[in-house]
Design a protein around this ligand. Sequence first.
Ligand code: NI
Length: 394
Amino acid sequence: MNDFEPKHSLLAAAAAAFDDTVAFRRRLHAHPELSFKETQTADYILARLREAGIACRRVAGTGVLATVEGRGDLSRAVILRADIDALPLHEQSGAAWSSCNEGVMHACGHDMHAAALYGALRLLNDRRGELQGTVFGLFQPGEEVNPGGASLVLGEHLFEGYRIAACVGEHVDPELPTGTFGFRSGKYMASSDELYIKVVGVGGHGAMRANLKDPVLAAAELITALNGVMDINPQPEVPLVLSIGRVVADGATNVVPDCVEMEGTLRTFDEELRSRARAEIERRCREVAARHGVRAELYIDRGYPCVVNDAGLAQRVKGLAAELFGAEHTLELALRPTAEDFGYYTQVWPSLFFRCGVGGNGGGKLHTPRFNPDERALSLAPALLALTAWDILR
Ligand code: NI
């Protein structure tokens, strides 16, 4: 038995390191970089990790992988993951540490995630003697843009030879009060695919219908047919969403155009249903096109897969959060129809993506220019991440 009691020591240490963690976050916040362009961000992360005596290197282009080795079987490992990219927004938060890069802003809290991970790695590195196995700190680039930095990370096979016991990531949530952490077992976030459809017929004078293969009429029927794809969902409580958001038939009162362009989104919470929905979309495009004598050119830009949390891991880490902060500061999350490239990891390893409350200070919503998360969460999240890795590996 190991009588090392990490709980209170980690909380106290995270609180003691708060100023340093916040400084790290503000530095990233002031110098945001867009997806896959996080060069200065990666350099800063590397420099700070090296100062702290933590082994680290560049991975996946502009990402950073840190390694903290404990003792015992070092091939057993936990991955703690943060994303590091920013968004193309003009910051209006009014914070003193606002973006110096005009038109780029950390409006999704990835600066907070990177800082929390940095803080957690420092806590674990200071306790290497008690830590079992290996903890990887993955500062992942390009979460906001397809194909997603997670797919690059997996393509590099960075963890060959390791048995990954868990991959854990967190995301700030301004809808939750600071100090509260949200969890969900199983299906959590949606898959997201973009649909591009071009209906090509034969246009002409609107009065001469006999000469037309009318793509506008075909497109109208196709929209209705695609709407019916949602009916294949066997579980109405777990949404399957298909929306067409852009339809362009650029004719005139008396001109039927040759083609109509449509764009939309497909979201599911289940990979099998996602495949079925895609097949159904293809079939309906073919059928409607055949009926109207037009061509329906379908392109599906595959987005991120569903985030499906490992149920045992979710309950375990929720329990750890309850130990640290009190059960009243944990809650069950609802399904979330947004997408996250963390979904790729959930297909490979037992994984958990949870939420860290940063709300209650009037700091605006995610992906808005006024987003300003409550930094006090940075005295808590590093302790929970560190305890999670420590507990899974012990
Ligand atoms: Ni985000």
